[in-house]
Ligand binder design. Structure first.
Ligand code: GSH
Length: 200
């Protein structure tokens, strides 16, 4: 398999963490791809985004939740995406919330770091900020119930929190969120998390 990925993409990082957690990393060749540079990425993902996975059968899969669930179907260990029941919906909901934080943070990053200054829209950045704050507050309320779980939802959460540290380190998400900070500290040194840390 091949994973088209960029070392700063948090969505691709979710897939890398899943690959490491499930023991599949050795079966995946990483193909560095810059979605904003000159690239043939659309042949594997018409949306022009990373990550994209090319399976051993030559098919391409895209969108990190789809890739993560596909990888999770290839091993015999504990499922990171529960197959059914309440546990499945709880994990998919948590993944969606964390991915939504990423969507808002990435939109803000594009607006503030890439869009020409005279074309920026402060109201749009404010809207993304509010979405991030509301979602972090929900995580603060809910994280005490996660126990020792490190499933797809928690993988997405740690990826989102690390992305905030990586791109917005002057806007500390830990302030006023002691439980989420404690949860993060407990998992940040996990091998798959350390190995997949974003690199500029
Ligand atoms: N929903 C997608 C989002 C992927 C995404 O937005 N990736 C960014 C890199 S972090 C990208 O390739 N952006 C290029 C673009 O939006 O054109 C996923 O979960 O895989």
């Amino acid at each position: 398999m091949k994973l088209r990925t960029s070392p700063t993409s948090p969505y691709a990082r979710k897939c890398v963490i899943v690959a490491l957690e499930t023991g599949l990393a050795d079966r995946i060749e990483m193909v560095p791809t810059s979605p904003f540079g000159e690239t043939d990425l659309p042949k594997d993902n018409p949306l022009g985004k990373v990550p994209a996975l090319i399976t051993d059968g030559g098919e391409s899969l895209f969108d990190s939740p789809v890739i993560c669930e596909y990888l999770d179907s290839l091993h015999d260990g504990q499922r990171l995406v529960p197959a059914s029941g309440g546990a499945r919906w709880a994990q998919l909901r948590l993944e969606a919330l964390a991915d939504g934080i990423l969507d808002a943070a990435v939109a803000k990053r594009i607006e503030t770091a890439m869009r020409p200054e005279d074309k920026r829209w402060p109201g749009w950045v404010e809207r993304q900020d509010k979405a991030v704050v509301r979602s972090l507050d929900v995580l603060e309320e809910e994280c005490s119930g996660w126990g020792a779980d490190f499933l797809i939802g928690q993988i997405a959460v740690i990826t989102a929190l690390d992305y905030l540290d990586f791109r917005f380190k002057d806007e500390p998400w830990r302030t006023g969120r002691p439980r989420l900070s404690g949860w993060y500290a407990g998992f940040a040194q996990r091998s798959s998390v350390v190995q997949s840390a974003p690199r500029e």
